[in-house]
Write a protein that binds this ligand. Structure first.
Ligand code: C2E
Length: 876
C-alpha cells in the first residue's frame, strides 16, 4: 500500500495536510503581518513620543547648557573684575618695592660719599623718570606732607600737600603720612582727579612705603578704571577663544548695551565694531532685542531668531543673553535648533534603520519558524493522513482481506491504539462476516450449502463444462409425504429427519458432487462433469437407495421415500435458475408418477409447473378472500326413499373463471398443504349449515364432510372437530367424516387411535372410495368406522361389468358382516338402483337423485322429495 496513494472518492482538497497547512500557514502569516504591523507602528509611535520628549529635553538641555555656559562666562568676568583690585594692589606693591630698592640702593651706595641732599636728589631723579606702562608714576612726600616728587605737576614740589592740592588732595597726602608713620607701608584708596576727565574724580589706589633714611613716603598709584579696562580686554579675548559642546560648536558673543561688538563666533573685535542695527534673516533687529532682553531681565533670557550659519545656511537659533551692568555689556551664547531637528531626523532614520533591521531579522526568524512549523505540520499531517489512509484502507479491504494494519507502520501512540482497535474490529468483522457468509451460503439445519451456494456452484460447473463435451446434472430431491411426517411427529422430528437425510445423501454421492438444501424437504445434487445423461440416472438411483433403510427418528422407525427430478446442462437449460425450475418440474412429475422414483425433465413439464404455481397463488388468495362455497348432494335411504343425509362438497367461486370443481384444485391444495385451511373452512361451514337446518326443522340426519389425507395426519384434527361442533352447536351424531380408503390404509396402525378419538366425540366415520384402496380386512375390523362408501367406479358399470357387480356385491356383504352401513355413490341409472336394492345396499347417492346442489336448491330439494317418493320407488 503506497502512502501516497490518493484515497478513492476522497478529494485531496480536503486532505489532512492541506487542511492543516493552509489554515496554519495562513494564520501564521496573517499573525506575523498583524504582529509585525502592530510592533512596527508601536515602535514608530514610541519613537515619535521619544522624539517629542527628546526635542523638549534637548531644548531644555540646550537652554540649561546655554544658561550655564553664559553664567559661567559672566562669573568669570565678575571674578576677573573682582580680581582687578587685588591685582592692582599687588602690582602697586611690586612697583613700590622696586622703587624702594632703587632708593635704598642709591642711598646705600651714596651715603658715605655724598651729602643727603645729593643723595635725595639722586633718588628723586632716578624715580622721576620712571614712567610706568599705564602712565603711572612714583611720588614722594615727607611724613609731614611736603611734596618731594610729583611727576604730573612739578609746581607742587617743596610745598605742603595741603597747599598744593585741594582739600581732598591734602587730606589724602596727610593720610599717607600717617599710614607710613604707623605701618611703614600700606594701601590707601581715594578719589582723584584724572587727566582728560575735567571735574571728575576717579577712584585711585596707592601703595606707600616709608623710606626710613629720610622719613619719606614713597608711593605710586593707579586708577582702578584703567586697570579694569585692561583686564576686560584680556578676559574678552580669552572668552572669544572659549568654545564648548561635543563638537566645540558652542561660542559666546559679548556686546555692549549700545551694540559695540567685543566677541562673537571665536573672534575678538575689542568693541570697535557696532552691530546695533544688525537684522536676522527675517528682519528682526537681533542685537537690539537681545540688549533689551538682557537689560530688562537680570536673570537673563532666551531669544530666538534666524541666523546665518558658517555654512551660509539660515537656521533657527536660540540664544541666552545675560546682562553685566557693571561693564555695560551682555553676554550670550546660542545654539541652532536645526541641530536638534537634524539629530531627531538622524535618530528617526537610525531607528527606522534599526526597525528595518529588526523587522528583517524578525521576519527571517519568523519565516524560518513558519517554515519549521509548516514542515512540522506537513510531517504531522502527512503522518496523520498516512495513518488515516492505512486505517481506511484496512477498513475498505476488511471485507475481502484479513490483512491487519501493521502497527509498526503507524505513527503516534493514539493512532497505534486506534489501529490496534481497528485490527480487533476487523477481526470481529471478519469473524462476523465469516459467520454471515456461512449463514448466507449454508443451510442452518443441515449445514449443507443452501440454495444460493448451490446455484453459484451450479453456475461454476456450467462454466467448467462449456467448451467440453461434458454435461452437468441437477437432481431435485423432494421427500415424499414429508409434510405429513412433520404434522404427525412434530417439527423437531421433521428436522431430525432432514438432518439424517442430508447425511445419507452426502454419503452416497461423490466428492465432486455437491448436495445442497433448498429449504423444507427439498434437496439438490449438483453433479461434477458427466459424460452422458445416463450417468445422472445412476446417481439418482444411488440417491433413492439412500432411502431404502428406515430412519430412526425419536425411537420410531420411519420409512421415507423421495421423488427426484433431473435436469441436464446444456440440454434442459443454460443457467442455474432454469435448470432448477426444470428439475423441480421433473420432480413433480416423479411424484405424480407415484413417488419414490426419478424423472428426467422434458419440455412439456414446464407448462404443468407454471399452472401449478399459478394455482397455488390463486388458492392462497381464495383462502384469504373466502371464495369457497359448499354444495350438498343428498344421500337417500334405499328402503324408505328418504333423504337421510347430504355430502358437503366444496366449490371454488373463482372471480374470473367462475365455479371450479374440487378435482381441479384439491390435488394442488393437497400438494401445497393448503388443503388444511380449506378443509377447516368446509368443516365449520358444514356444521354451521347442519345446525341451522336442524334449527329450521329440516329432518336431515347427517352431513358428510370429506377429510383429506393431510388433515387426518394432523394431531389437531380431533381438536378441530370438537371446536367446530362446539362453535356451531352442531350435534355430533349429525356429522359424518369421510376418509378415503387409500388414506386409511397408508398407516392403519397410526390411524386407529385418531379415529377412536374422533369417534369418541360422537361423530360417525365413513370410508370413502371403498374398493380402490386394497383394504386389509384385519385392519378394517379394528377401525371404529360406521359406513362403507362404494366407489363410483364400481357403480358406474354395474350394468355391463360382472366384476364390478361382484365387487359391489362383496362390499355390501362385507359391510353387513362388519355391521357397517353401505352407501353407493355415483348412482345415475335406475338399473343401478335396482341392482343395489336387490343386494340390499342401504343408501344411495348419485345424479339419479340429485347432483350436488347449492344450499337453497338443496333445501328446496328436501321439500320436494316427498312428492317424488313413489316415482322413485318404481326404480327399485
Ligand atoms: N359422474 C358422477 N359423479 C357423481 C355422481 N354422484 C356424485 N358424483 C360426484 O362424485 C364426487 C363425490 O365425492 P368424492 O368421491 O368424495 O370425491 C370428491 C372428493 O374426493 C373431493 N372433494 C369434494 N369436496 C371436498 C372437500 O370438501 N374436502 C375434500 N378433502 N375433498 C373434497 O372432490 C371429489 C370430487 O367432488 P365432486 O366433483 O363434487 O364430485 C362428487 C360428486 O359430484 C354421479 O351420479 N355421477
Amino acid at each position: 500500500m503506497s502512502s501516497n496513494k490518493a484515497i478513492p472518492g476522497v478529494s485531496t482538497k480536503n486532505s489532512v495536510i492541506q487542511s492543516l497547512l493552509l489554515p496554519v500557514g495562513a494564520i501564521f502569516f496573517i499573525s506575523v503581518l498583524v504582529v509585525g504591523y502592530l510592533w512596527t507602528s508601536s515602535e514608530f509611535r514610541k519613537l515619535d513620543e521619544e522624539n517629542q520628549r527628546y526635542e523638549l529635553e534637548y531644548l531644555e538641555n540646550q537652554k540649561v547648557v546655554l544658561r550655564a555656559e553664559v553664567q559661567r562666562v559672566k562669573s568669570l568676568l565678575l571674578r576677573e573684575k573682582a580680581n582687578a583690585e587685588s591685582q592692582l594692589k599687588s602690582s602697586l606693591k611690586e612697583r613700590i618695592d622696586d622703587a624702594y630698592l632703587i632708593a635704598s640702593s642709591i642711598y646705600e651706595r651714596s651715603k658715605n660719599r655724598y651729602s643727603d641732599d645729593v643723595i635725595q636728589h639722586m633718588i628723586i631723579a632716578a624715580l622721576q623718570d620712571m614712567r610706568l606702562k599705564d602712565d603711572g608714576y612714583y611720588f614722594i612726600t615727607t611724613l609731614d606732607g611736603e611734596m618731594k616728587l610729583y611727576p604730573p605737576d612739578d609746581s607742587v614740589i617743596g610745598r605742603s600737600a595741603r597747599d598744593a592740592f585741594n582739600a581732598n588732595g591734602g587730606d589724602v597726602v596727610f593720610r599717607m603720612g600717617e599710614l607710613a608713620k604707623q605701618q611703614k607701608e600700606g594701601f590707601i584708596s581715594y578719589p582723584w582727579a584724572r587727566a582728560g576727565y575735567v571735574g571728575e574724580e576717579h577712584r585711585k589706589f596707592s601703595y606707600i612705603k616709608r623710606f626710613k633714611p629720610y622719613d619719606w613716603v614713597i608711593g605710586t598709584g593707579a586708577y582702578l578704571d584703567n586697570f579694569e579696562e585692561e583686564i576686560k580686554h584680556q578676559i574678552f579675548r580669552k572668552v572669544s577663544e572659549i568654545s564648548y559642546g561635543t563638537r566645540e560648536e558652542g561660542y559666546f558673543f559679548i556686546n555692549s548695551y549700545d551694540g559695540d561688538l567685543f566677541v562673537t563666533n571665536g573672534q575678538y573685535f575689542a568693541g570697535k565694531k557696532n552691530i546695533w542695527d544688525v537684522e536676522d534673516a527675517r528682519g528682526q533687529k537681533v542685537v537690539q532685542a537681545n540688549a533689551a532682553l538682557a537689560k530688562e531681565n537680570p536673570e537673563g533670557g532666551f531669544s530666538t531668531y534666524f541666523w546665518k550659519k558658517n555654512t551660509d545656511e539660515v537656521a533657527e537659533k536660540i540664544s541666552y543673553v545675560l546682562g553685566m551692568d557693571e561693564w555695560g555689556i551682555f553676554i550670550g551664547s546660542g545654539a541652532y535648533l536645526d541641530t536638534v531637528r537634524n539629530e531627531l531626523k538622524r535618530r528617526e532614520s537610525l531607528l527606522a534603520e534599526q526597525v528595518k533591521v529588526r523587522i528583517y531579522s524578525a521576519a527571517s526568524v519568523l519565516g524560518i519558524a513558519l517554515l519549521v512549523v509548516l514542515a512540522a505540520m506537513w510531517l504531522i499531517g502527512h503522518r496523520l493522513a498516512r495513518n488515516i489512509r492505512l486505517i481506511q484502507c484496512s477498513f475498505e479491504h476488511s471485507a475481502t482481506s484479513r490483512q491487519h494494519i501493521d502497527i509498526e507502520d503507524v505513527y503516534f501512540d493514539e493512532f497505534r491504539s486506534l489501529a490496534a482497535s481497528a485490527n480487533d474490529m476487523i477481526d470481529g468483522l471478519n469473524q462476523q462476516a465469516e459467520e454471515l457468509r456461512h449463514r448466507v451460503l449454508h443451510d442452518q439445519l443441515t449445514s449443507l450449502p443452501n440454495r444460493l451456494q448451490g446455484a453459484s456452484h451450479l453456475n461454476q460447473m456450467i462454466e467448467r463444462s462449456i467448451n467440453t463435451q461434458a454435461v452437468v446434472a441437477l437432481l431435485f430431491i423432494d421427500l415424499d409425504n414429508f409434510k405429513e411426517i412433520n404434522d404427525t411427529l412434530g417439527h423437531s422430528a421433521g428436522d431430525e429427519l432432514l438432518q439424517k437425510v442430508s447425511l445419507r445423501l452426502q454419503r452416497v454421492v461423490r466428492e465432486e458432487d455437491i448436495v445442497a438444501r433448498l429449504g423444507g424437504d427439498e434437496f439438490t445434487v449438483i453433479t461434477g462433469l458427466l459424460n452422458e445423461r445416463a450417468d445422472a440416472a445412476v446417481i439418482a438411483d444411488k440417491l433413492l437407495s439412500a432411502f431404502q433403510k428406515p430412519f430412526s427418528i425419536e425411537s420410531t422407525e420411519l420409512h421415507v421415500t423421495a421423488s427426484i427430478g433431473i435436469s441436464m446442462f446444456p440440454d434442459d437449460g443454460l443457467d442455474a435458475e432454469i435448470l432448477l425450475r426444470n428439475a423441480d418440474s421433473a420432480m413433480y412429475e416423479a411424484k405424480r408418477d407415484g413417488r419414490n422414483g426419478f424423472r428426467f425433465y422434458t419440455p412439456d413439464m414446464t407448462v404443468e409447473v407454471r399452472q401449478r404455481v399459478m394455482m397455488m397463488d390463486e388458492l392462497r388468495e381464495a383462502i384469504e378472500k373466502q371464495q369457497f362455497l359448499l354444495h350438498f348432494q343428498p344421500q337417500v335411504c334405499l328402503t324408505t326413499g328418504e333423504v337421510i343425509g347430504a355430502e358437503a362438497l366444496v366449490r371454488w367461486m373463482h372471480p374470473e373463471k367462475g365455479l371450479i370443481p374440487p378435482n381441479d384444485f384439491i390435488p394442488y391444495a393437497e400438494s401445497s398443504g393448503q388443503i388444511a385451511q380449506i378443509g377447516e373452512w368446509v368443516l365449520m361451514e358444514a356444521c354451521t349449515k347442519m345446525s341451522e337446518w336442524r334449527a329450521q326443522g329440516y329432518n336431515l340426519r347427517k352431513v358428510a364432510v370429506n377429510i383429506s389425507n393431510q388433515q387426518l395426519r394432523r394431531k389437531s384434527l380431533v381438536m378441530l372437530v370438537k371446536q367446530a361442533l362446539a362453535d356451531t352447536k352442531c350435534q355430533p351424531e349429525t356429522l359424518e367424516l369421510e376418509i378415503t380408503e387409500s388414506t386409511l390404509m397408508q398407516n392403519p396402525e397410526d390411524m386407529v387411535e385418531e379415529l377412536v378419538q374422533l369417534k369418541a366425540l360422537g361423530v360417525s366415520l365413513a370410508i370413502d372410495d371403498f374398493g380402490t384402496g386394497y383394504s386389509s380386512l384385519s385392519y378394517l375390523k379394528q377401525l371404529p368406522i360406521n359406513k362403507l362408501k362404494i366407489d363410483r367406479s364400481f357403480v358406474r358399470d354395474l350394468d355391463v361389468d360382472e366384476n364390478d357387480r361382484a365387487i359391489t356385491r362383496a362390499i355390501i356383504a362385507l359391510g353387513k358382516s362388519l355391521n357397517l352401513t353401505v352407501i353407493a355413490e355415483g348412482v345415475e341409472y335406475a338399473s343401478q338402483v335396482s341392482f343395489l336394492a336387490s343386494e340390499q345396499c342401504e343408501q344411495i347417492q348419485g345424479y339419479l337423485y340429485s347432483k350436488p346442489l347449492p344450499e337453497e336448491a338443496f333445501l328446496a330439494y328436501l321439500k320436494e322429495h316427498k312428492s317424488r317418493r313413489e316415482e322413485m320407488a318404481e326404480w327399485i
